[in-house]
Ligand binder design. Sequence first.
Ligand code: ATP
Ligand code: MG
Length: 403
Amino acid sequence: MKEIIMAYQGEMALKGLNKSTFEAALAKSLRFRVRDCGNFKVYRAQSTMYIEPMDDEADVEKAYQRVSKVFGIASLSRSAVCEKDFDTICRTAEAYLGQTLRGIKTFKVEAKRSDKTFPMQSPELCRELGAYLLSRHPHLRVKVKNPDLQVMVEIRDYGAYIHGPKLPGAGGLPVGTAGRALNMISGGIDSPVAAWRMARRGLALHHIHFASPPYTSDRARNKVIQLARIDADYTGSCVLYIVPYTKPQEYIRDHAPSVLFTVLMRRSMMRIANRIAKEIGCEALVTGESLAQVASQTLQALACTDAAQDLPVLRPLIGSDKEEIVALARKIGTFETSIQPYEDCCTIFTPPHPKTRPTLAEIQQAEAEMPELLQLEQEAAEEVERVRIRMGEEENPLADFFA
Ligand code: ATP
Ligand code: MG
């Protein structure tokens, strides 16, 4: 019996003339994501992507887990595939789902016949396949609403597909179809979630992180690498740019009014991020900011931050509560790593009473009194380190940290 993964398109199916571009991007994502799961063929027909194992070594379970994280897919199923012949369908359904049927009480069969040359119509196929399964499992009862198992049979161009209920996919649009952006990642809860949210809307991402050794440790840095790796299951492989930020940060600490420190630092980070983003072809910045979460995320502070540079700043969490963000972080799998204790460069040197309503004029005045800042920012940008983040990499740089 042959098993295949079927992935059904969501919002993408509504795209008009561009649909084929979206489908090609989705196929590319899928091929890439199952690359290390064995020999699979990925193809598309009738708004569905088929991920078909080509030999016995192919790891269908691993591929299924991968496919469940690919954006652009509304729902997915693992199906048994067989010839479009009623007797074969019955035998395949029993072989594939018999074990499950033995352990439950109620079921129903649903059929979808998109190949209209198949001689039985859907209601008849439902009825007859249901009767066959009942004959094999007399303890079962047919229940139309909320059965323990819904058996689906789909008669399509390439064969008959038999499966249980479809499971929800990751949704959204295929990564890369909406352009590329640079995500500012901190090691906190928010920024890995922000990256996930934007990737879900079709953005390809790289990450940028500011580290200030020796104030921030190797563990903090490894934690960020680990977060980017977890996100990579969704976003695909990418690069994490780590900026050595100690000198600009010390300079701001030593030369600016402390109540303005955080906003000045955030503007400085944005300028560096902007410079690197443009070098690597990113068209926007992404942050995990959420309105009024902290002093640097008031409207006035955000206005000052935005004015520091000229790329669009995407803030997908701006209207989200912390609980909503935490729930998403748990779902994505970043939460446990994010809550490990660490020192981020945003949490060092912070004044006890930052100004919550800074004006752009006073910020610019403070920057005018730091003549060497831009030079230090340029040097930091030039010394940026590139860390390749590969999807599916097993090594856990935090292994001893968590031990
Ligand atoms: P949390 O709020 O969960 O502690 P956070 O990542 O949101 O974590 P904030 O201090 O609220 O931390 O920072 C707001 C945003 O600024 C972050 O979401 C992130 O996009 C960016 N940011 C903060 N620190 C850094 C850093 N060291 N490197 C890169 N970006 C950063
Ligand atoms: Mg935050």
